[in-house]
Design a protein around this ligand. Structure first.
Ligand SMILES: C[S@@+](CC[C@H](N)C(=O)[O-])C[C@H]1O[C@@H](n2cnc3c(N)ncnc32)[C@H](O)[C@@H]1O
Length: 214
């Protein structure tokens, strides 16, 4: 079940941006939320390295990577979001496609970011998306994933309300699953999870084993 607010938020950017701003308060604001990916990986990557922002939307979470000097590609399925990304982030190389089967060459990225996007996929699709990430990374490359996590006591109710109003059952399903286990099962190594925002958010970094060929 999806509430009427979700399609409305995707149609009217100001609703989407306001909801994002309010939910980001728990992590210290929107710019902190958007920088979680680059903050986690910047020191592990060579300057100017190729980075993929998978499910980039309108490019806000790609912006801190661009500002840090990385060469960033953004992929999304939604042409409307990509049009907005082209205006908001002109340096972003944009690709329209499916995250489950991205039209990109294997082993072409030093890092892949999935910023608040994995919860959009069903369990079956989630496996495909994580396999895509592994395929697209260079050996030794890094994945950073920022997404929902079951909240601690203080934020349990707001999180349930948020999911009921703006998310689909795929988000609820993801909250029941252990992403660390799933990343290990996919073939990633060095998987590290941090819980943020009263545990309502998780940031996970994981590496493609250096010896595995794309
Ligand atoms: C909640 S938004 C997050 C956008 C962005 N990553 C951010 O942090 O602001 C989820 C994005 O996933 C995209 N998306 C959903 N399903 C997709 C798919 N199968 N392939 C590629 N993108 C998809 C949507 O179009 C949307 O832009």
């Amino acid at each position: 079940m999806t509430s009427f607010l979700r399609p409305l938020a995707y149609r009217h950017r100001w609703i989407y941006d306001t909801v994002t701003a309010v939910s980001a308060l728990s992590v210290g604001g929107v710019s902190r939320l958007r920088s979680l990916g680059v903050d986690a990986l910047q020191s592990r990557l060579e300057s100017g390295a190729a980075v993929l922002d998978l499910c980039c939307g309108s490019g806000e979470a790609a912006a801190p990577w661009l500002a840090a000097g990385f060469s960033v590609t953004g992929l999304d399925i939604a042409p409307r979001a990509l049009d907005l990304a082209a205006v908001r982030q002109p340096e972003l190389h944009l690709v329209e496609g499916l995250a489950e089967d991205p039209p990109l060459d294997a082993g072409s990225f030093a890092a892949v970011q999935l910023s608040v996007a994995l919860h959009e996929f069903s369990r079956v699709e989630r496996v495909q998306v994580l396999n895509s990430c592994l395929r697209l990374l260079q050996p030794g490359g890094w994945l950073v994933l920022v997404d929902l996590h079951p909240a601690g006591p203080w934020l349990q109710l707001p999180q349930r309300l948020f999911c009921a109003l703006f998310e689909t059952e795929t988000a609820t399903a993801m909250l029941e699953d252990d992403l660390v286990l799933q990343l290990n099962d996919t073939g990633f190594c060095g998987v590290r999870q941090e819980l943020l925002a009263g545990q309502a958010l998780q940031r996970i970094t994981a590496q493609k084993p250096p010896s595995v060929q794309p």
